[in-house]
Ligand binder design. Sequence first.
Ligand code: NAP
Ligand code: MG
Length: 462
Amino acid sequence: MKAHHGMYIGGEWRPAAGADTIEVVNPVDEQVIGRVPAGTAADVGHAVRAARAALPGWAATPPAERAAKLAALRDVLVARKDEIAETVTAELGSPLQFSQAVHAGVPIMVAGSYAELAATYAFEEKVGNSTVYHEPVGVVGAITPWNYPLHQIVAKVAPALAAGCTVVLKPAEDTPLTAQLFAEAVAEAGLPAGVFNLVTGLGPVAGQALAEHPDVDLVSFTGSTAVGRRIGGTAGAAVKRVALELGGKSANVILPSADLAKAVNVGVANVMSNSGQTCSAWTRMLVHTSQYEEAVGLAAAAAAKYGDRIGPVVSAKQRSRVRSYIEKGVAEGARLVVGGPESPREQGYFVSPTVFADVTPDMTIAQEEIFGPVLSIIRYEDEEEAVRIANGTVYGLAGAVWAAEEAEAVAFARRLDTGQVDINGGRFNPLAPFGGYKQSGVGRELGPHGLSEYLQTKSLQF
Ligand code: NAP
Ligand code: MG
């Protein structure tokens, strides 16, 4: 794998301020595949200065020209699709086919959507005797996780650039090579120098310096609740904009009228996909008591089929986190029907696809985000109880409802405290707002709602 030794700042690869590096490890075989610089506050300072310097020019660039640059960026991502997939597979461990379809495919879709939105969005509107201008918020500090390395970057950078903002990105330490590849793509697409800048490094050092930098106008963060809370606090104290996307514990509610086999199979696939490292995964399956044992049997069979087809989790640290949750599930009395805490392979950070039955809503595995291939099946007696259980966590990011009639599923979905609900297996929509109720976050990503996060209004009265 190719790794740059510098930071991408002001349109060029510049030496890092310090000498420390981060090792990038392949989670499949635990081998070091590259090294990138571990940025410091000094690197962040340089990057923010470059972004600030580029802001007036980019903000004043007509939206149609910004759109053309984003289209060029999308085209470079398309041209380098295989390389993107190989890089994500190397540093995240996901199977190549999944990397091609999702890790490379979705960011291309999202970049394309913002190329279109930049060209068509109403950056100016009339409200009575006023003209309202939607202007860029300014310099954006973007901090991203490793679970969908390129998607998380594009879901912040593309709308920020479409809005006329400039960006400094601090990607996850586990997946910096994908971020460097993205910086290459930005350069190749001909975006003006300083509009996008990359500082690789550790969260508590480079990430924190970016979140605390006084000349950053908006911090957009995706990751853990613990770090998100801190970043929100820092932003609040500085009276600056913040967007937080903080994970979930989403419910897959199977109503008695649903096609049970389909709902269970799609539900299991949803949880096992990306080895369970998806913030919007439906990690709690809610089944009516009359169909409970049948659903458990179907889920066990579906999960067992995944056996060795899922990739490892991202790191040794993540594997031990997931295993300790599985152990906790057993200790708290849940019934392990497939999988377990033992490693299925000698090498690599693999976790067996795991299914728990007889999970009660208050158990740790039903309340906390595990971020691994672990499904909890919970029983409900009636619809009221199903609503209560589904809403009974601190999170509210996503979910699913299955019923024979769409109208029945929709009526139920309207009672859920959550930002996204898939009805009878509804498809991913890159234009639909994505983000959380409750502690799943603040703000929305994707589509026009995601674009408006990076805009502020100015009203002129006539
Ligand atoms: P994390 O520490 O919150 O990482 C997210 C990003 O924030 C990374 O770029 C990280 O850098 C950075 N960061 C860490 N500490 C920071 C600080 N003090 N100030 C500013 N930035 C900081 O999450 P994680 O350790 O990768 O994963 C832990 C758990 O978070 C997972 O098990 C999962 O439950 C949850 N998670 C949720 C999502 C999601 O999509 N909502 C994504 C990933 C993880 P480093 O890479 O150097 O840590
Ligand atoms: Mg971390």
